[in-house]
Design a protein around this ligand. Structure first.
Ligand SMILES: Cc1cc2nc3c(=O)[nH]c(=O)nc-3n(C[C@H](O)[C@H](O)[C@H](O)COP(=O)(O)OP(=O)(O)OC[C@H]3O[C@@H](n4cnc5c(N)ncnc54)[C@H](O)[C@@H]3O)c2cc1C
Length: 506
């Protein structure tokens, strides 16, 4: 760590000591972080770490973001960590990476100065873990979109000035029909209510309804129907943030508990002299150190530009689950005092509970790792690694992305009576199993093999991608024996209903 980073940590810690910690309990009771705290954070440069200098940010490096998240975690107030990390690393980055210059100019300087608070609204009452199932829609009408739908559990959602909202612009295309927009909290048709929660009290969590909210077309972030991929891309930093905050929280809980054990006596000796408790603390310290080492490893990977989906998911899974156990066991050592609001461990115990749910639950983290281990699924970045670049670059799409994009290439009206159910088994990295249906002149794609197929296709994912992108002709693939099609006639009819990628690009 360079001297600059050490200085950054020292001044940030001092800032929190002076400007945040003395008031944090008050804010917990008021269930709000006052605006002037956001503005002081902004004036000190802490809210612009992910924002280019041209737009008022401080454009810090990854190490600075990591320090910021660690120090937030060390505060022991989950609500503070949630509010500032969602604003800085979840809401703002979409605008930074894919927003066009006017959008950046409109929202980023305020986000950096703390005059504008940002939120990210993806989760819905009927779609949390399954992002592709969201129901909020954005219908284009001339030079605006009309947004309708509901979001739930949105951090900063009640006081946010701008909300990065995921909505379906092509509902029949599933994941390939989602777009991101910047919606202002004060616009007509936006209704918000604050939710009561078991922890994170100073952070506002909202349910948000959008009723015919008019959003100017220029508030679309990046390209239409790319939203799902932008979200998946950004999940890595979000998950790593949760891991960094959680492991720092574990360390603080251990430090406080070790200290308490030297001060509190039972049966005439300090708790630190009881072997049963010492060994329990030794076990916890060992797990915290091992997890800390792994989080450091993933931070290095991420900082080097790697798209570390598996590692970020493991880091979030392990660190947030460990935080639950550490706070529970530490609270036990405090005895009755641990249950009292006056002791920070009581709040930590409550606050860490959200860690294994928000930003992708532990079950979803395990599922991501399992898909990589068992199904050879590979994930590719969408955003250019040059975060501040004006344009979004798109690497060659994987076979899975090409399949998910089929509804957009479907030639509506060509054979309105035709119906088909095609199973695609695409092996290896970038593949998966899919069911593509054509019914009522509409094409849909589902994950997995569903229903009775009218045709089944099995091949390597890479070969499928090569056929779709015109690098190899299907006949060649068929003759090579690497492509298996159960009904060739059916497949030819089915294929004729999709625009070829080259035709579309022209
Ligand atoms: C305090 C808090 C703050 C939040 N902040 C935000 C925010 O700012 N923005 C935002 O968009 N969202 C936010 N969320 C929402 C959060 O991301 C979702 O709660 C989370 O993704 C889970 O979705 P769900 O609650 O709908 O649970 P569901 O998806 O209904 O899941 C219910 C249970 O089933 C499990 N499950 C689901 N799918 C699978 C599967 N395939 N295999 C095995 N188990 C599965 C889940 O792990 C969970 O245990 C927040 C949530 C909380 C609690």
């Amino acid at each position: 760590m360079s001297e600059i980073h050490a200085l950054f940590r020292a001044t940030l810690r001092q800032f929190f000591q002076n400007e945040v910690l003395p008031y944090a309990k008050q804010w917990e009771e008021a269930e709000q972080i006052p605006r002037n705290c956001w503005q002081k954070m902004g004036a000190a440069g802490y809210l612009g770490l992910d924002i280019p200098e041209d737009f008022g940010g401080t454009a810090g490096d990854f190490e600075m973001s990591k320090i910021f998240l660690e120090e937030l975690g060390r505060l022991g107030f989950g609500g503070l960590a949630a509010a500032f990390s969602v604003h800085t690393f979840m809401s703002v980055p979409h605008i930074v990476r894919a927003g066009h210059p006017a959008l950046k100019q409109r929202y980023l300087p305020g986000a950096a100065s703390g005059n504008l608070i940002g939120a990210l609204a993806i989760s819905e009452p009927f779609a949390g873990s399954d992002v592709s199932g969201l129901r909020t829609t954005a219908r284009r009408e001339g030079n605006r979109y009309l947004i309708n739908g509901s979001k739930v559990f949105i951090t900063n959602g009640y006081y946010a000035d701008f909300i990065t909202v995921a909505a379906k612009t092509l509902p029949e295309a599933g994941a390939s029909g989602i777009s991101l927009f910047v919606v202002e909290g004060s616009w007509p048709g936006v209704r918000r209510s604050k939710l009561k929660k078991m922890g994170w009290h100073c952070s506002d969590t909202a349910e948000i309804h959008f009723d015919d909210v008019e959003v100017p077309a220029e508030n679309l972030i990046g390209e239409e129907n790319k939203g799902f991929y932008y979200i998946m891309d950004s999940f890595q930093m979000e998950r790593l943030s949760a891991a960094i905050i959680s492991i720092a929280g574990c360390e603080v809980a251990l430090e406080k508990t070790l200290q308490y054990m030297t001060e509190r006596e039972a049966f005439g000796r300090p708790l630190s002299r009881f072997q049963a408790l010492r060994h329990r603390m030794a076990d916890l310290a060992a797990e915290v150190e091992i997890t800390r080492a792994y989080v450091e490893h993933v931070c290095r990977l991420h900082a080097s530009g790697a798209f570390a989906v598996k590692e970020c998911s493991i880091a979030k899974l392990k660190a947030t689950e460990l935080a639950k156990r550490v706070s529970d066991e530490c609270l036990q050592i405090y005895g009755g005092y641990g249950f009292m609001e006056e002791y920070p461990i009581a709040r930590m115990y409550r606050d860490v509970r959200a860690g294994t749910i928000a930003g992708g639950s532990s079950e979803v983290m395990r599922e991501i790792v399992a898909k990589i281990l068992f199904d050879g699924v590979a994930y590719n970045p969408v955003y250019d690694s040059q975060a501040a670049s004006e344009s979004v670059t798109h690497p060659s799409p994987s076979a899975a992305e090409l399949v998910r994009g089929l509804p957009q290439r479907f030639k509506k009206g060509k054979m309105p009576q035709y119906a088909a159910c095609v199973h695609l088994k695409l092996h290896g990295p970038g593949g998966g199993e899919f069911t593509v249906r054509i019914l009522n002149d509409t094409c849909t794609v589902e994950e997995g093999l569903q229903g009775t197929p009218s045709c089944s296709v099995e091949t390597e994912a890479a070969l499928y991608a090569d056929m779709e992108t015109g690098k190899i002709r299907p006949e060649q693939a068929l003759f090579s024996g690497k492509l298996s099609i159960s009904d060739l006639g059916e497949m030819m009819t089915f294929s004729s209903l999709f625009t070829k990628l080259k035709e579309k690009n022209n």
